[in-house]
Design a binder for this molecule. Sequence first.
Ligand SMILES: O=C(O)CC1=CCC(=O)O1
Length: 260
Amino acid sequence: MPMIDADGCLINVSVEGRDGGPTLMLSNSLGCTLQMWEPQMKALTQVFRVIRYDRRGHGKSNVPPGPYSMERFGRDVLAILDDLNIEKVHWCGLSMGGMVGQWLGANAPERLGKIVLANTSCYYAEPTKWLERIQAVKEGGIAAVADAVLAGWLTADFREREPQITANMKSMLLASPVEGYLACCEALSTLDQRALLPKIKSPTLVIAGRHDMATPISAGELIRSNIPGASMTIIDAAHISNVEQPHAFTDAVVGFLTQR
Ligand SMILES: O=C(O)CC1=CCC(=O)O1
């Protein structure tokens, strides 16, 4: 896996899949590494060359001091594409990954083909929840918030039915570097990309989770209704819908990206 330099921050990048196929870039949720896409990889790599990466502050990427921002995350993606000599990619980002997709769609439209924005938001009406989370993590580490975060990521039914997958997701969250996690929470606490949405001209699919309390259906609907021509699909899942409903998620993404 290459480490790619984005303005002095080394980003862990993985490129797999069909040589010569269209390229799809996947972008993670807060507290997740590129491993979060494992349920999709078999199907996606049959159709696409797939790029995954660990956002700065996460996984095997560097953890430079904050503040971070959606613009910073977007510029990291452009540095990855420049380094790999890739002009244009389809985008699929979940949660923070969807926020980075919004920034790129509005600010670097020539680099994106189609865009999937899953379980995401363009702003938070109540940013205090991020300030409370920051305080809790500063006092008690990520362990202090882990169970509440997991309850938002996956429905109670799924957690009961799939204890091993749930435990793996919790381990991924707990392994996040605290400084990187906090810097991302700070970026979320000031998020407001509402003005960017009408500038997005790429064909866009919004995916929302029926049981997602972190970025509810109304947040997806706000995005859909402000991006010209965007459509929306609702999946029977909580926040990390690609893990909870892997087949429905993969089918929605492949169907949208391959339709003419
Ligand atoms: O981690 C969470 O609680 C949910 C979330 C919001 C933005 C994001 O990337 O994850």
